[in-house]
Design a protein around this ligand. Structure first.
Ligand code: DGY
Length: 322
């Protein structure tokens, strides 16, 4: 299928494979990030699909009168005004499953690094500190004997839980409703889980229900030996409370791949030795990003060929074009 009359808009940067695949079939229009819909109206009216990595707001959606499909690069699609798209019958797709393993692997790596301080130990070695009679200080924390509470047990959360099992830690979880088919202990509230566990791994999306829910109280309940790992969204954490808890020893350590206002990382976090910080790399390997890019392209291609995108999000009917 090739139809150069169909224009696909790419606002901002996207993985080159998306451009390469879609460029063979459609007319690709690229615009800079942040630029509002100032393109001439006739061009905008030719746009029937959008492929994006940075989101799409209501103003953009309104400016594209013939838009049918928005394909998001990423499993989290909080950057897209999905409710607005749904109200106009526009389908939104995301990239689930293809990144589950990578994000789960990163979560385990981040947990181990946070507990055992491997990046700091390597930096110490590289700085020439390893001399006869000198050894890197013992890590204050260990994986051994931990009780890990998963905040979120979706597809990625389940993969994280599976990977935790061989570490012989106790595993619990909190989600809004109990999973009937898992044996881990369930806590109906985040607060109850925080009081019972010593480690929280957060893997929840950005929604109205998850805004800064990991607050001073939750961190206090985790306690001085407690550890917070976040591979979901920075939106879920009260960063000021986190900085205060880490600084004052009320929380033991934190490992963060995501931040409230990315790419801005608060100075208070950067200066804390008990914070392990990554630049939102959970899915950022060449093979996984290639798979995500292929799925973005495939969602657009399938929409225009069969009317059935591969991975539509649940909020945006119609799920099928015909
Ligand atoms: C996603 O896909 O939403 C992840 O945050 C990318 O790492």
């Amino acid at each position: 299928m090739s139809d150069p009359r169909i224009a696909i808009l790419i606002p901002g940067k996207i993985h080159p494979r998306v451009l390469e695949k879609l460029g063979k079939l459609f007319d690709i229009l690229t615009v800079e990030t942040g630029r509002g819909p100032t393109i001439e109206r006739e061009t905008l009216s030719r746009v029937r699909g959008v492929a994006c990595a940075g989101g799409l707001n209501a103003a953009w959606i309104d400016a594209l009168p013939n838009l049918e499909v928005i394909a998001n690069f990423g499993v989290g699609y909080d950057g897209i005004d999905v409710a607005h798209a749904a109200s106009k019958g526009i389908v939104v797709t995301n990239t689930p499953d293809v990144l589950n393993d990578e994000v789960a692997d990163t979560a385990i790596g981040l947990l181990l690094n946070t507990l055992r301080q491997m990046p700091r130990a390597e930096n110490w070695l590289r700085a020439g500190n390893w001399k006869p009679g000198q050894s890197f200080p013992l890590s204050p924390f260990s994986m051994k004997g931990r009780h890990v509470g998963l905040f979120g047990l979706g597809r990625i959360g389940l993969e994280i839980a599976k990977r935790l099992e061989p570490f012989k830690v106790k595993i619990s979880y909190h989600t809004r409703s109990r999973h009937k088919d898992v044996a881990y202990d369930y806590f109906p509230t985040l607060k109850e889980m925080a009081a019972a566990v010593d480690t929280i791994i957060a893997i929840v999306p950005k929604t109205a229900h998850t805004h800064r829910v990991i607050d001073a109280e939750i961190l206090r309940l985790l306690g001085p030996d407690g550890v917070l790992i976040n591979v979901g969204r920075g939106w879920s954490v009260d960063e000021d409370a986190l900085i205060a808890a880490l600084r004052d020893g009320k929380l033991g350590a934190a490992g963060l791949d995501v931040f409230y206002d990315e790419p801005v990382v608060p100075e208070g976090l950067l200066s804390l030795p008990n914070a392990t910080l990554l630049p939102h790399i959970a899915s950022a390997s060449v093979p996984t990003r290639n798979a995500m890019a292929d799925l973005v392209a495939e969602n657009i291609i399938q929409w225009f060929t069969t009317g059935r995108p591969v991975t539509p999000v649940p909020e945006t009917p119609p799920r099928s074009k015909g």
